[in-house]
Design a protein around this ligand. Structure first.
Ligand code: ADE
Length: 226
């Protein structure tokens, strides 16, 4: 899968993709991440990519011209399955949406800044608008990193233990059950006996019940029981 991320703050995106699972996924050739500095497509030699809003009001608006130039260059090279704009007024991200994106080949992610982008970009170029939650970030970069991380970790071959993404919270519509590791007893706090029993079917049953219980307690909305 290939990600082209368009941003006016490319340095904000360096770290998330340079470590751990996302780094390994790139080294294994399972994913390509290309960061594009919007300033390279600025409308003048001052590096201008934003301007005042028509009609007045505070805040700068990202201009259509540099974005069009960048997107056109990318589209001339390959076809894209989605052109995603990160914005707090987009569709709220969830595991179902992540799963859908994970089936795609090539995606562009546009990171918003300032007061947002010229509406014509959204109307004519963007295919999906995604928010990572009901709060406002200072830019779309952290949201883009969240989205890319969630997608990349479920791509086949990325995680070493193939089953581990399948048992994630949300993947089966339930929160994940509690987990424990050594020591079996710590300062009087014990691991549930069932997990030490070696009885795999019973353990699976216990995990399922715990997952249902946890979901009922914390996220009844996931069970349609709000
Ligand atoms: N940009 C600013 N706030 C955002 C949010 N909540 N989700 C995605 N992109 C954003």
């Amino acid at each position: 899968m290939r990600f082209d991320i368009i941003t006016c703050q490319p340095n904000l995106l360096e770290s998330p993709f340079s470590h751990s699972i996302l780094k390994r996924a790139q080294q294994k050739g399972l994913v390509e991440i290309h960061i594009h500095d919007l300033r390279k497509y600025a409308v003048n030699k001052h590096g201008q990519i934003d301007d005042y809003a028509f009609g007045g009001g505070a805040g700068m608006v990202m201009m259509i011209e540099p974005i069009d130039a960048c997107i056109s260059e990318l589209k001339a090279e390959r076809a894209y399955d989605a052109l995603i704009y990160m914005t707090p007024d987009g569709q709220t991200l969830n595991q179902r949406i992540v799963n859908q994106f994970s089936l795609m080949q090539n995606v562009i992610i546009l990171c918003g800044h300032y007061k947002g982008v010229d509406e014509r970009v959204r109307q004519h170029f963007i295919t999906h608008e995604i928010s990572i939650g009901d709060y406002v970030l200072s830019g779309g970069e952290l949201g883009a990193a969240v989205l890319a991380d969630a997608i990349i970790r479920i791509l086949p071959g990325v995680l070493n233990d193939e089953t581990s993404a399948l048992t994630d919270s949300f993947q089966d519509g339930l929160l994940a059950p509690p987990v424990y590791t050594r020591p079996a007893e710590y300062k009087g706090m014990k691991v549930p006996d069932i997990l030490m029993s070696g009885d795999t079917p019973k353990i699976e049953q216990w995990r399922f019940e715990q997952a249902v219980e946890r979901t009922k307690q914390r996220r009844p909305d996931l069970l349609g029981e709000e």
